[in-house]
Every structure is written in structure tokens, then in C-alpha cells.
Design a protein. Structure first.
Length: 150
């Protein structure tokens, strides 16, 4: 329903949210103000929306302070499980890659030109990964924002 249709229907309804958010024109704001002075239903809705906005504005997302949150994330159990998880993932990927490489080299079902294309693709990806890691390691030494906490 358009704003004009709401004005014509007798109630300001959805215009109240725009009024609270400051999105209405001066004429529309005046109309809402005058209408709410006369209409109990719209005035009550306006008061409820205003109270809701105030409660949401004062709401806190977490009751745990920032320092406590950091302590929980730096817990020894968290660090240990994170380390074990990474070791398992990397170990599994290396084992899977080794088996794949073994079959790639040993199997004769694939033509040599197909093997060369696959080697070129994976070699290119490895070279890109190496260059990005090298750049990050070099940048890490001179990054002026590395100690900034968000």
C-alpha cells in the first residue's frame, strides 16, 4: 500500500516506522503527528514501535565481556583441539594426495599428454600458492596493522 493510499484509508499504519526512522517528508511527518493525536489505535502502535526500537537499541548481543571472550578462545583445550584438527586434516590430505599421485604415475590407462596437462594445472596452482604464501610472509614483517585488534 502506498503512502498516499494509507493517508486516504484513514490510518497511517506502515508510515509510523518511516516516521520513527526519519524517512518521511515534512508533510508526511505532520500528517502522522496530527493523525496520532486523534487516533488512539495509531498512537498506541507508535508508542509500541518507539518502545521496541529503544529496547533493541539498548540490547547487548553478548553478556560476556570482551576480555572473558578472548580468554575462552585462548583456552588450552581450544588451542589443543585446533592443533589436532589441523594435523588430522593436513595428514589426511597428504595421504589422499600420495595415493592419488601413486595411481597417477603407475596407472597406464591415461595417455601421457593427459598426464602432462594435469601436471601443468596442479603445478601452476602450486606455484600460485607458493607465491601468495611468500608474499604474505614478507608482508607479515612490515604490516603496520598486525597488532590491531578489532
Amino acid at each position: 500500500m502506498t503512502k498516499q493510499a494509507q493517508i486516504d484509508s484513514g490510518h497511517v499504519g506502515e508510515m509510523l516506522s518511516g516516521y520513527i526512522d526519519g524517512e518521511l517528508t515534512q508533510q508526511e511527518r505532520q500528517h502522522v503527528t496530527l493523525h496520532c493525536e486523534q487516533c488512539e489505535r495509531c498512537r498506541k502502535t507508535f508508542e509500541e514501535l518507539t518502545a521496541l526500537r529503544e529496547r533493541l537499541g539498548n540490547a547487548r548481543i553478548s553478556v560476556i565481556g570482551e576480555d572473558k571472550w578472548r580468554e575462552k578462545m585462548d583456552d588450552k583445550v581450544v588451542k589443543t583441539s585446533l592443533g589436532i584438527g589441523w594435523v588430522l586434516v593436513i595428514g589426511g590430505l597428504l595421504a589422499m594426495g600420495g595415493v592419488g599421485l601413486y595411481h597417477f604415475v603407475i596407472e597406464d590407462s591415461m595417455a601421457i599428454w593427459q598426464k602432462l596437462i594435469i601436471v601443468a594445472i596442479y603445478g601452476g596452482l602450486a606455484a600460485l600458492l607458493f607465491s601468495v604464501l611468500r608474499q604474505r610472509l614478507i608482508e607479515r614483517k612490515t604490516d603496520k596493522y598486525k597488532d590491531v585488534e578489532i
